[in-house]
Design a protein. Structure first.
Lengths: 253, 253
DNA sequence: GATAGAATATAACGTAACGTGAGGATCAAG
DNA sequence: CTTGATCCTCACGTTACGTTATATTCTATC
């Protein structure tokens, strides 16, 4: 049985150009050339081509494949093991790149909106007063008590303590944003671990009961400034953290 | 402050050719050209170059980088997220290749040595007799009893049962070889799970006590035919399986 | 001011593995 | 004999530069 170029392409899936190329570089010569110049391949050439394609699949360059095909099994094994190391390092490198991208996204989201909109949760006294009014209007007396409690506590804080809360909150929200990008669910253990930290952090402001913690999610959802704040970290952050907090409250409080 | 090409290469680590190239494709034009044609760069160009190099690090082609640099943060984030997906699929693909290589190595080791040296443990009656003589010489009466026991049992076996033992043993040794390549320790749970299967398999030949099982490792180590047999699977197999078996015996028997 | 050495320039080829035509034979079928 | 399929040989385009080759120009030293 002899195969024309076209037939071989159908059997192997490669293009005519590729066969020409392999002929040219001496990787796969046809069985013979007809008088008209046409290339004709034999059965063994088909098998050889499949070998070539296999090594190509594994990422070997054609020159390496040339050598590989003339090696015995022992040396092929050595080459394959070396290639494993190579692939391994590429995987490692790419994983690092993924991390770098995550950080960069956070950085972009952060610097973009944060600096030029200079919005920072809870540390702007004018805004603070707005929230308080909103809270009292919406939740009445209970909310007022929470605020009084919060003020009493934070009044004793120095700059370091404020910074600490701010930094921890910031790191926490950034980590949450990464998890959103990773398609983790609000109820997943990784997220819940962060929400636990969030709960502890918020506890430094008020005494958080289950109801109050769930109430916080409502405040977040209803007041546009909170949406803006959370959008800084991730467009889906506000819904995500709300769900995660409600789940946390139901399970643990 | 203005930088000549050389100065910029020192600051950024790229080659002069690269700067020429970036100039040519319009990715990074110098601040101005002097009358003699020399390129001079400004501070902002250095910063831009660093941006370019950063995206290049992440694996973006230069044309993409051109676009990226003219985008706002929002679109850059989208591009980065798309790139994450891309990197992820590459990682996945390469992991599959690693598996394929493992299988291929086993296949090569198998067909190469196994077929043309036609060595198969326990199924060649001439060799079998050699081992028996060796065992009796080395371990005396106890070994002889084991052999008698083994013969009694296997005498009742039909071809299917022999094939079953052979196939399971073969699969097991191949799996062990993969684990060696993965640098797993003989005492690791994955390996020990396989060794457990090995123990059960050997139990079909003799009643394996702790001492006998450990004794087997000595037989493996001392008789060159066993070394050859195990080498078929992996050059380090004999030491590896020996350690794993001794660990297994100490822990479980 | 001559000269050497460093820095600069442009231009062009090489790289890997083909894709994509251009332009021209050859073959089988109607 | 014409059409359409298949075949051939150039030869350029692709990516991101590395690597000469050849020619200027700047800077320092004698």
């Amino acid at each position: 049985m002899r195969y024309s170029v076209k037939q071989l392409t159908k059997l192997s899936g490669v293009s005519v150009r590729t066969l020409h190329w392999y002929d040219q570089i001496g990787l796969l010569k046809p069985d013979f050339y007809a008088v008209n110049g046409y290339r004709y391949y034999a059965e063994k050439d088909l098998l050889l081509l499949q070998q070539i394609l296999f090594f190509k699949e594994l990422g070997f360059p054609l020159k390496e494949i040339q050598k590989l095909l003339s090696m015995d099994g022992f040396d092929q094994i050595k080459a394959l093991q070396a290639h494993k190391v190579f692939l391994g390092s590429e995987i490692e490198r790419k994983n690092k790149l993924l991390e770098t991208i995550d950080k960069t996204i956070l950085h972009l989201r952060g610097t973009e909106k944060m600096t030029d909109k200079e919005l920072y949760y809870g540390f702007d006294s004018d805004r603070q007063k707005e929230y308080e009014q909103y809270l009292v209007k919406s939740y009445g007396h209970e909310a007022e008590q929470l605020l009084v409690e919060s003020k009493k506590r934070t009044a004793k804080w120095d700059k370091d303590e404020w910074d600490d809360v701010k930094n921890k909150g910031d790191a926490l929200h950034k980590d949450l944003a990464v998890m959103i990008d990773q398609d983790l669910k609000p109820s997943s253990p990784e997220v819940q671990k962060l929400i636990h930290a969030h709960y502890e952090l918020q506890n430094r402001f008020y005494d958080l009961t289950k109801e109050v913690y769930i109430g916080l999610t409502k405040l977040y959802a209803e007041h546009p400034d909170f949406r803006k704040f959370f959008d800084v970290y991730h467009p889906d952050m506000i819904e995500f953290i709300g769900e995660a907090m409600r789940f946390y409250a139901e399970q643990n409080l």
